[in-house]
Design a binder for this molecule. Sequence first.
Ligand SMILES: NC(=O)c1ccc[n+]([C@@H]2O[C@H](COP(=O)([O-])OP(=O)(O)OC[C@H]3O[C@@H](n4cnc5c(N)ncnc54)[C@H](O)[C@@H]3O)[C@@H](O)[C@H]2O)c1
Length: 324
Amino acid sequence: MIKIGIIGAGNMGRLHASLAARGGAGKVVAVCDQDASRAIALAAEHGAAAFGSADELLGSGLDMAFVAVPNTQHAPLARKALERGLHVFVEKPFATSEADAEALLEAARQGGRRLFVGLNRRFAPVYAEARRLAAAPEFKARNINIIQNDGDMRNPPWATDIGLTGGFLYDTTVHFLDMAEFLMGPIAEISAVSSKAFYPIEDGFAILLQFSGGRFGVVSSCGYASWMSPFERVQVVGDHRTLVTEELDGLRWSPGLGTVIEAREYAKLPYEEKWGYAQMHAHMFAALASGKAALNDAEVGARTIRLIAACERSAASGGAAVAV
Ligand SMILES: NC(=O)c1ccc[n+]([C@@H]2O[C@H](COP(=O)([O-])OP(=O)(O)OC[C@H]3O[C@@H](n4cnc5c(N)ncnc54)[C@H](O)[C@@H]3O)[C@@H](O)[C@H]2O)c1
């Protein structure tokens, strides 16, 4: 039984605690939050000890820590946990700077402990199926178009506090830069432009991706939309084949010209399965037991931060292509 500590008893900390308890491979034995009442309430639900700080929790004899605090604290807290000899799950983003990402990756390598990142979309049925279809030899994926236009910059209240989020790319677009590589393979070059349309920080991005072999993609991502559907859509086009996702609810694909269009609906799945959280937990605990690589290992997390850094460098120079 893996002894688990939860750092941050907010929305995601609560979710991870309940999934870890449900999964059966671990037991939540400690919870901390800077808001003591949250730590006490969540700890009570799991028969766990409540702590007021991460340092106290990390010293309480754990095997694994889940880091679910605001973004800019991910890398420092995850490093501390690794240095204490714990396995770590860190919510996305992996870090909020390239230097922090590299240092965190190095800490995991040095300590010989597993470090997983919360890129849950990789495990969501809609994207797992999209990957299966796009990877089929006959699909010959050539381009990807991703739109992610949501209203997230008003929720949670710290969403526009760059000191806590690192910025919109780290908070939200990170999932879609990762999805581009998950479905198409490594990105070779990035060009990006950004705007400050309705908020004092950058709130909209148009990102051109170049993959090997002349394949390309576009990510359009902003935080000032209305939440009208579709706010999240991925379209992959190959050799007269197309697949289109609709939020995390479903996808349609055309296996060729003049053929039946097929569809799959995931809308009625329980939330934690539709969004891939439950499958991510099962995958991580299986990887811990087997020692095998995971789809959300630290290398993947660090890579997303390199992609974001390339977007930032390109946008700062007015859209010049940046190699990644
Ligand atoms: N993968 C996903 O789908 C997904 C979805 C939402 C949020 N997230 C990520 O999860 C993280 C947490 O988001 P949330 O929605 O749970 O936020 P939240 O505000 O609901 O919870 C954060 C909690 O952390 C606590 N906290 C802050 N600093 C702390 C510290 N130093 N030590 C201990 N506790 C501290 C706060 O008091 C709060 O209870 C964020 O990084 C966010 O990007 C991921």
